[in-house]
Design a protein around this ligand. Structure first.
Ligand code: KG4
Ligand code: ZN
Length: 337
């Protein structure tokens, strides 16, 4: 690495992962993530506990990122952070830290939109999508269809009007008695189940929007009725239940994705966010890519879940565009792309 290289430290603290990454001239050197296990027993992320854990984890995570990059803080060219969207208390920890560090070192501060960053994670490794492409971002907090015209030029063309798809996985898993986060467990049991065993409603919203709150209620009432007849209904049918729930969620995702691709005439298709780990979704999208002639891009799992590597990648493009923030910048719990 030369002495004129640009080093950016990036921080992510929007939800329940505390993460730091160092990027040099567009190459992500590391991606340190501290996952908060404190939420497991509550069946979901507890905002106050998340903020406290960020407060505890942030400095060690930053130290590890800086150390493993083999640099010192005085070599930093800029400090980047997630401004939003996310949990206010969680964001505040990262924003305050980044502001203090940038101010102390008198270097630029770069705010990053978390949703843009999920998409820019596709530029960390090869193969990289070509512009314009359509990205389906699916996670515990978000479900969006985005038309990506350039690194910093994106348009949301569809999104959930209520729950995120990961939330639908986790909430239905909870109804089945599975621990949080239930998404990966539904995936696991679904592999041995029949996706057509039970029928749950496929909600169709107007345009390219999604709605995932209906399935939770449908599963709740269905289980309530079945359990009255047979108290062992869930354990006797767990695989089929998981496969049927997963099939319904994937069906909803793919209907709008296909519609978006058709509407915009784009064959470059990408997927981002934690739910892109789902093997059923991957299989469905891989098959669609073959039959429809799409070029499909799925980042490494490490860059699908919340991580600072993606924040660093976004910060790199903002650094090149000289898009800096002022020191009075505040977090935004709701922030549009
Ligand atoms: O991107 P992420 O780590 O965090 C958020 O920004 O929300 O996504 C976490 C979500 C959770 O809802 C989790 O259940 C879901 O991703 N998830 C999965 C799988 N792996 C993670 N859902 C279904 N199948 C999986 N294999
Ligand atoms: Zn996220």
């Amino acid at each position: 690495m030369g002495t004129n290289d640009n080093f950016i430290l990036a921080i992510e603290s929007s939800c329940d992962e505390t993460s730091a990454s160092v990027i040099v001239d567009g190459k992500v050197l590391n991606n340190i993530v501290a996952t908060q296990s404190v939420h497991e027993k509550y069946g979901g992320v507890v905002p106050e506990l998340a903020s406290r854990a960020h407060q505890e984890n942030l400095i060690p995570v930053v130290q590890e990122a800086v150390l493993s990059a083999g640099i010192t803080l005085d070599q930093l060219s800029a400090v980047a952070f997630t401004r939003g969207p996310g949990l206010m208390g969680s964001l505040l920890v990262g924003v305050s830290f980044a502001k203090a560090l940038a101010f102390a070192r008198n270097i630029p501060l770069i705010e990053v939109n978390h949703m843009q960053a999920h998409i820019l994670a596709h530029f960390i490794d090869d193969p990289k999508p070509n512009f314009p492409f359509i990205c389906l971002t699916v996670s515990g907090g978000h479900t969006q269809l985005v038309l990506v015209k350039d690194f910093l030029d994106m348009e949301v063309i569809g999104e959930t009007q209520d729950d995120a798809v990961g939330e639908a996985f986790d909430k239905t898993a909870k109804l089945l008695g599975l621990p949080y986060p239930g998404g990966p467990l539904i995936d696991k049991y679904a592999k041995d189940g029949n996706p057509k065993a039970f029928k749950f409603p496929v909600t169709r919203m107007a345009g390219l929007n999604y709605s995932f709150s209906g399935i939770k209620t449908a599963v709740l009432y269905f289980l309530r009725d079945q359990l009255k007849e047979n108290p062992k209904f869930i354990e006797e049918n767990l695989e089929d239940l998981c496969a049927s729930i997963q099939w319904t969620l994937i069906e909803m995702l793919q209907i709008k994705l296909k519609e978006a691709v058709k509407r915009y005439g784009v064959k470059e298709v990408a997927i981002a966010g934690g739910v892109s780990a789902n093997s059923g979704l991957r299989n469905t999208l891989n098959e669609l890519a073959i039959t429809k002639g799409w070029n499909l891009y799925i980042p490494k799992f490490e860059y699908c879940t919340d991580n600072a590597g993606m924040i660093a990648m976004a910060a790199h493009y903002k650094y090149l565009a000289r898009e800096f923030s002022t020191y009075d910048v505040t977090p935004l719990a709701k922030m549009k792309i």
